[in-house]
Design a protein around this ligand. Sequence first.
Ligand SMILES: Cc1ncc(C[n+]2csc(CCOP(=O)(O)OP(=O)(O)O)c2C)c(N)n1
Ligand code: SF4
Ligand SMILES: [Mg+2]
Length: 349
Amino acid sequence: MATTTVPPAPPKKVNRIGLEVGDYRGNKTTLCAGCGHNAITERIIEAFYAMGVTPHRVVKLSGIGCSSKSPAYFLSASHGFNAVHGRMPSVATGSMLANRNLMAIGVSGDGDTASIGVGQFVHLMRRNLPVIYIIEDNGCYGLTKGQFSATADIGSKLKTGVVNDLPPIDTCALAIMLGATYVGRSFSGDKKQLLALIEGAIAHRGTAMLDVISPCVTFNDHEGSTKSYSYVKDHDEPIGDVSFIPFFEDITVDYDPGTTQDIMLHDGSHILLKKLGADYDPSNKAEALRVLTEAHDEGEIVTGLFYIDTQRPDFLGLLNLVDEPLATLPESRVRPPQEVLDAVMAELK
Ligand SMILES: Cc1ncc(C[n+]2csc(CCOP(=O)(O)OP(=O)(O)O)c2C)c(N)n1
Ligand code: SF4
Ligand SMILES: [Mg+2]
C-alpha cells in the first residue's frame, strides 16, 4: 500500500525576540471596512513586530472616537487605558512618570486632539515626554456622524453641502513650534512611508508626533472633501523618501551622501531621508514651518519627516527622576524618615 508523507510545516516566522506577528495583534476591528484607521493599526503591528518590542513593556493610550478605539486592535498583551475625550495626554504623562521603563503609544483623533483636547495636546508637546503620539486625522468627528473637526480645510464640503469656512489647525506646525522632537505627516494609504515613520518613532526618545491623514469612508470620503482617499492621493507631496534601519541591522544600503541624509536615533537605529526635490533640512524648525505654510497656501498635503531633534532632553530627564520606576519603589524609599518630618514641623512652629 502506498504511503503519503505529509511535508513538515514551514518554520514560523519570528522576530528578534522570538515572537510572531500575531503576538502583536489585538481584537478584530469593529470599525467600518475601508476606514483609514484600520490601515494605521496594521502599520503599528508591523512596526512593533519588526522592532522586536516586548509587548508587556508597552502602554497604549487613547481618548474617545473611532480612532481612539484602535488600541484595542493591536498589542493585546500590552497595558492599555482608554481615557476621557481629549484627556489622553495627562494619562500618558502620569503613566510615564510612574514607570519610566514603559514605552507609550497614544492614538488620538483630530477631534480628540485639535478640538476638545487641544489644551492637553499643547502641553504634552512642550514637555517632550517620551511618547509616540499618532493622530488618525480624517478632518471630522467620525464617531458622532461626521461633523467638521478643527483640522478640516477651508472650503471642504460635508455630504450635506455645508462648507467649512474656518482655517484648519496644523497639528504638525503646532507640535514643532512647541517643542516636540520628531514630527511628521503621512497618509494611511502610504504603507512604506508610514511604516518607516512609526519605526523611527519607536527608536526616538522624546515626543514623536505623527499626523496621519486617515479617510473616514462613511462620512468624509465624497467629492468636495479634502480628506478623501482620492483628494489625498492627488495632492500628496512627499518632501523626501523615508527609510528606516533598526539598530540590530547593519547599514548595507549604498547611497550618495549628497542626496541622502543619515540621522542616527537614540537607540542607534538610522533614518535615511532621500531627497526628492529641493534640499530639505529636518533639523531646521523655521524651514519646517515655512514648508508647511507654503503647502497650505498651495492646497498641497506635504508628507514625510518634517522635524527631528535628537539632542533635546526629554521630560523624564528634565525632572531628574531616579532610574528605578517610581511605581516599584518600596515605601521605605518614598516616605521621608521621621527626623525629616520633625524638622519640617519644627520650621512651621
Ligand atoms: C466630553 C465629551 N464631549 C463630547 C463627546 C462626544 N464625542 C465622542 S467622539 C467625538 C469626536 C470624535 O472625533 P475624532 O477624535 O476626530 O475621532 P474619529 O471618530 O473621527 O476617529 C465626540 C465629539 C464625548 N464622548 N465626550
Ligand atoms: S465612521 Fe468613519 S472614522 Fe468611524 S470607523 Fe467608520 S469610516 Fe472610520
Ligand atoms: Mg476624526
